[in-house]
Design a protein around this ligand. Structure first.
Ligand code: TZP
Ligand code: MG
Length: 213
């Protein structure tokens, strides 16, 4: 697959917004690859959000990937699924979704990366590159070293994730990542924060894309 430099991920813990509102702002900011990620929502709620988000991404010609849930990705008709090491395997997800859907997988070591290369994953993510507070059960920080190592073996798009902000993104790309996947740095609160403030996601997305161009 052709991958853009920014992979924007929705996260409700960083905002007062629905996934649909977040996706709308990410698209306004120019994102073309978006992941719907919600560790708390039940299947039904996630499906409803996925359908609403897909309406927006389709209109914009963007790609929407569902985190973790192959069943939701299939039912919603999403563009693909992103799997962690504890989710269904790439082979199992491929069996369910078929050849045309995008399947991505997260890896946290060079051994996991090598194993992922043997699957039909369309892209492989490595991380966390830097410390992050977004995910509480993250693997130890792998640093740019894993990007450099993985790049030597890579035969498909390499995505880097974890603690990447506007300032760090260029060095991550320079180390060999084709794309950076980002959560918290896309959710800055406006300067005059009051209760109910919404983060300026469109602006942050635009700034991020500029930093990457
Ligand atoms: N996987 C490894 S680190 C991470 C995930 C989902 C969290 C990334 O979030 P942030 O806020 O961009 O560090
Ligand atoms: Mg997962």
């Amino acid at each position: 697959m052709e991958i853009p430099k920014l992979y924007a991920i929705t996260d409700r813990q960083w905002s007062n917004c629905t996934h649909e509102e977040i996706v709308k702002m990410m698209l306004e900011g120019g994102a073309s690859l978006i992941q719907l990620r919600d560790k708390e929502a039940g299947g039904r709620e996630l499906l409803e959000q996925a359908l609403a988000c897909l309406k927006l991404t389709r209109e914009a010609g963007a790609t929407l990937i569902i985190n973790d849930r192959v069943d939701v990705a299939l039912t919603a008709g999403a563009d693909g699924v992103h799997l962690g090491q504890d989710d269904l395997s790439v082979a199992e997800a491929r069996e369910i979704l078929g050849a045309d859907k995008i399947i991505g997988v997260s890896t946290h070591s060079i051994d996991q990366y090598r194993a992922a290369l043997k699957t039909s994953a369309d892209y492989i993510a490595v991380g966390p590159i830097y410390p992050t507070i977004t995910k509480d059960d993250t693997a130890p920080v792998v640093g740019l070293e894993l990007v450099l190592e993985a790049k030597k073996l890579a035969d498909r798009p390499l995505v880097a994730i974890g603690g990447i902000n506007h300032y760090r993104a260029p060095e991550v790309i320079a180390a060999g990542a084709d794309c950076v996947a980002v959560i918290s740095a896309l959710y800055p609160l406006p300067e005059n924060v009051d209760l109910g403030s919404k983060p300026e996601i469109a602006l942050a997305t635009r700034n991020f894309l500029e930093a990457l161009s």
